[in-house]
Design a protein around this ligand. Structure first.
Ligand code: ZN
Length: 682
């Protein structure tokens, strides 16, 4: 599970306590902001501390970074069956076009191409709607004449309606209640003609036939479900199977990584991952996950594989992602304090004791430095990750939780002085609080969310982990966020030295409510409702609390939180922070009950009532105020490059990190160096 970057996080500018990030070194020569297009801002991140690693560790990071980039084509194909062909078409035109590169059509074409690059396909990475090109079909047809025929070895005609016709495959992942989510989603996880009912039935039967239901594999996680001659079957993603060419390339780099691993445990982890990639066997994947969770000694670590299921409307099939990282030792002390006290937090949480874990074990948490981002983590990325996702592996072996310090730091530095706070925060005193404590509380909320929130609680015996179906992801994120919100105000954190005083948490309460009620709406097109799981979770929490604060207010008294108008503008006003904490606690108890009991109807009602709908007037107001600031609502990162020096025998003698590659150059280079799959994967 991952924690995406909250939009509020971008506005926080405090440097007072930034030492907790481990990247306190102010740098004036590093430019965090790069180019901007459409609703996107490209950023760069620094790989702080890379130069302090040993040569062996640097080499390991290099090999793992190659493995993380080698699965790129897999994600493109998962995001839509025409994506690899469309990418080739667009890139060929981009590099070969002989016409006027200053014309409006060509400029619009470039924006479209960059959006497709950013999204790893033709759908918005967050909203999931298909992009509408700002150039004409005629322009593309004419421009294609400049491209040599052998560059486009497939039927280009069938790509035109996919690019231009808004009614053809309009959405990547559809979450609309009541529709056939499989048939109406344009992602490539299910073959043509497969319905939602058929897919659900297929996996239900598989689960019922499971010989070891206490340790269920993640059914369907690594395959496309297709219908052949009327019969449903899985095409498994493995060496020799679907995506086999890309997987073989990943294995090649993993084999090299093994030769410079930090210890025997790490060798065993990589070996097991290779075995899984070769067989596609999900029992082997669980065995790998257990080894990976238990490998905590080394500094260098990685994720590489089919991991998160947000892109599948049924929440089973996992998109491919990869990244490499190493530990930020100073900042990790912070998360170690939390994990050392995991049982205390579990015991004191406001949820029903029946849903609590008696034995919180194996929750490891660390702050890391990302060295490369790949697959579904690139260029839009998570700032916190908690894995593995298998419920029973988490319950019996624990999970590994990370906060990615150098990315949070890059967001914060890039957002300095952008005017966001002045526009949306109600008054100077609140802004001051956010200035003083925003950074540290944001990081801490991420830590609490990842190392304690996701790891807390348990399902009642016999409850199917998938029983919340399409609502499962949003409920799980809400659970983790609420755990963090409830505890960030706890005196225990002051006692542990994690928050500087008993008021610091207020910065997080304010920005969270402001984001959930108002500012996250800048990511939604006018007229649309909220679909993405993390956004639904934030809206659910903020609106539920607003609603219950109003209900709790007796006549004549003010509610603990409300929306107020000042000079025609709407603001969040928090009158009673302590009462807000009580409400977060009440909702945490309810959300945990829904999860533990597998109460689908309860989940549906919570999310449909509070997490989906958008107030049209407020939405319009927020969009207008945001637009006036001229900021991009989404951000993503350009990767650094690793430059290897070898001696005459081919041994690596040095690895250096280099910044400054232009985004289009990086994309065209990746399409050459990491082109692994055929244009059609059928
Ligand atoms: Zn999460």
């Amino acid at each position: 599970m991952n924690l995406q970057h909250l939009i509020t996080g971008m506005l926080i500018t405090a440097a007072t306590l930034a030492t907790s990030c481990g990247t306190q070194q102010e740098t004036t020569d590093f430019e965090y902001n790069d180019e901007r297009f459409a609703d996107l801002q490209m950023l760069r991140y620094k790989v702080e501390g890379f130069e302090n690693l040993s040569l062996r560790q640097k080499t390991l990071v290099y090999y793992l970074s190659q493995a993380a980039l080698s699965g790129r084509d897999i994600l493109w194909d998962q995001n839509g069956r025409y994506n690899l062909r469309i990418r080739q078409l667009l890139e060929s035109v981009y590099t070969n076009y002989q016409g006027d590169r200053e014309s409006e059509d060509f400029k619009q074409f470039v924006i479209y191409l960059k959006r497709v690059w950013f999204s790893n396909g033709i759908y918005h990475h967050y909203g999931c709607d298909k992009f509408q090109p700002g150039f004409s079909e005629d322009f593309l047809r004419t421009a294609m004449k400049d491209v040599a025929a052998e560059k486009l070895p497939f039927d280009t005609e069938e790509l035109f309606p996919v690019i231009f016709d808004p009614t053809v495959l309009p959405k990547r992942t559809n979450q609309a209640d009541g529709e056939d989510l499989v048939v109406t989603s344009g992602g490539n996880y299910y073959g043509q003609g497969v319905t939602q009912a058929e897919a659900e039935d297929f996996y239900l039967k598989m689960k019922e036939a499971d010989p070891d239901p206490a340790h269920p594999i993640m059914f369907g996680m690594n395959s496309r479900l297709v219908k052949e001659n009327g019969v449903l079957k899985e095409k498994v993603w493995r060496s020799g199977g679907l995506y086999g060419e890309a997987i073989d390339r990943i294995i090649y780099w993993l084999e090299k990584a093994k030769t410079v691993a930090e210890n025997d445990k790490q060798v065993a982890v990589i070996d097991k991952l290779i075995e899984y990639y070769r067989t596609g066997d999900l029992k082997t994947f669980d065995a790998y996950s257990i080894l990976w969770v238990e490998d905590t000694e080394g500094d260098v670590d990685f994720t590489n594989g089919f991991t998160e299921s947000y892109g599948d409307p049924l929440g089973m099939k996992a998109s491919w992602e990869g990244y490499a990282n190493f530990k930020d030792k100073a900042a990790t002390e912070r998360t170690e304090k939390l994990s050392a006290n995991a049982q205390w937090f579990e015991d004191h949480s406001p949820v029903d004791p029946r849903f609590k874990k008696q034995n919180c074990k194996g929750i490891t948490a660390k702050v890391i430095v990302a060295a490369i981002l790949g697959g579904d983590l690139y260029p839009s990325t998570a700032i916190g990750i908690n894995l593995p996702n298998s419920n029973w592996v988490r319950a019996e072996h624990g999970s590994k939780s990370v906060t990615i310090g150098n990315l949070t730091d890059a967001y914060n530095k890039a957002a300095r002085g952008n005017g966001f706070q002045e526009e949306f925060v109600i008054d100077q005193a609140t802004r001051q609080c956010i200035n003083d404590y925003g950074d540290i509380c944001d990081d801490l909320h991420t830590d609490l969310h990842e190392c304690l929130g996701h790891g807390s609680g348990k399902l009642l015996p016999g409850v199917d982990a998938d029983s919340l179906k399409a609502y499962g992801s949003a409920i799980e994120e809400a659970r983790a966020d609420l755990f963090g919100l409830y505890y960030i105000a706890d005196p225990k954190l002051v006692e542990l030295g994690l928050t500087p005083n008993a008021d610091a948490y207020k910065s997080q309460y304010y920005t969270y409510m402001m984001n959930g009620l108002m500012t996250q709406l800048v990511r939604i097109e006018p007229g649309n409702s909220i679909e993405e799981a993390h956004m639904r979770n934030r809206a659910l929490i903020a609106h539920w609390v607003l609603d219950h604060a109003a209900m709790a207010a007796t006549e004549g008294s003010t509610p603990s939180v409300e929306l107020v108008k000042r000079e025609g503008k709407t603001y969040v006003l928090i009158n009673d922070y302590a009462a807000l904490r009580t409400l977060f606690g009440e909702l945490l108890a309810e959300v945990q009950r829904v999860k533990s009991e597998g109460d689908f109807e309860g989940a549906r009602q919570l999310i449909e009532q509070y997490g989906v709908k958008v107030d049209a007037d407020l939405h319009q107001e927020v969009l207008a105020r945001y637009k006036a600031l001229n900021l991009a609502p989404y951000k993503g990162f350009i990767n650094p490059e690793y430059v290897v020096t070898e001696d005459k025998d081919g041994n690596i003698t040095d690895v250096q990190v280099r910044y400054g590659e232009a985004y289009d150059h990086q994309m065209l280079r990746y399409s050459q160096e990491y082109k692994t799959l055929p244009f059609i994967n059928e």
